[in-house]
Design a protein. Structure first.
Ligand SMILES: [Zn+2]
Length: 245
């Protein structure tokens, strides 16, 4: 053995012991199982089958907490690409706005193959999105639909201000029921009133959940049987925090 190899070996031994020591300190004596929790699990047929709607909701709550704390799980995205290429087993479907500041995967600290993401300005549902959600839950096995609105939503502001602009006019028409359903704020019912905009965004999440149940008998039945949950939340673009409703 050359002196280089000997040196390299002892370096690796030393590095290994310092890594173990660092791990013990960082994990405060965490067991191997606890240490493994810092690594993301790629969803499989088995993990999806074992998931309940309650667990799925908790996974997203925990994920957002990690995101806010800056303690995201370790993820090898290309390894996840390889692991999910032959089949996907996501545990949730997230209906969100197209807003660039929110992301179904980043803000909930999820990876490849974890969640379906349906995105549309103002996070409402139409027939095509309902079909997409039926695929996600009835065909592909997701256990949760989470409708996520957000603060400072441009689409909601546009609906409050009756913006007219090409195809967007029709898109915003889908948000008008939420504007109409929020009473009060008589002094200012425009986008200049931040509290009014936030109230409309929250009402829009509530109405979207109602619309999913009213317009999709498939999803409504799955929810009634407890096989899926349909829940709502609001994302705060200032803090990264998701408030579950
Ligand atoms: Zn938005």
């Amino acid at each position: 053995m050359s002196s280089f190899q000997k040196g390299r070996r002892s370096f690796l031994r030393a590095a290994g012991s310092s890594l173990v020591a660092a791990g013990t300190v960082a994990g405060l004596g965490a067991s191997p199982a606890q240490a493994a929790q810092h690594k993301a699990v790629t969803q499989t047929k088995e993990t999806q089958a074992a998931m309940t709607p309650e667990m799925a909701l908790q996974m997203l709550k925990d994920g957002n907490e990690r995101f806010v704390q800056g303690k995201m799980l370790e993820r090898d995205h290309m390894q996840q690409v390889k692991a999910t290429g032959a089949g996907q087993f996501p545990f949730a479907a997230i209906v969100g706005c197209i807003d660039s500041r929110e992301s179904a995967t980043l803000t909930f600290d999820q990876g490849i193959g974890d969640v379906f993401a349906a995105r549309i300005a103002g996070n409402f549902v139409n027939d095509d999105l309902l079909g997409s959600l039926e695929f996600a839950c009835a065909a592909a096995g997701a256990k949760l639909i989470l409708v996520v609105g957000h603060s400072e939503c441009g689409a909601i502001k546009g609906a409050c201000d009756d913006v007219v602009l090409g195809n967007l006019t029709q898109t915003l028409a889908n948000l008008k029921p939420a504007v109409a359903a929020v009473s009060g704020f008589e002094s200012d019912r425009t986008s200049a009133n931040a509290k009014f905009v936030q109230a409309v965004a929250e009402k829009n999440v509530e109405l979207t959940i109602q619309r999913i149940r009213q317009r999709s008998s498939i999803l409504n039945d799955l929810a009634d049987k407890g096989q899926i949950d349909i829940a709502g939340a609001m994302y705060d673009v200032h803090t990264g925090r998701v408030a579950f409703m």
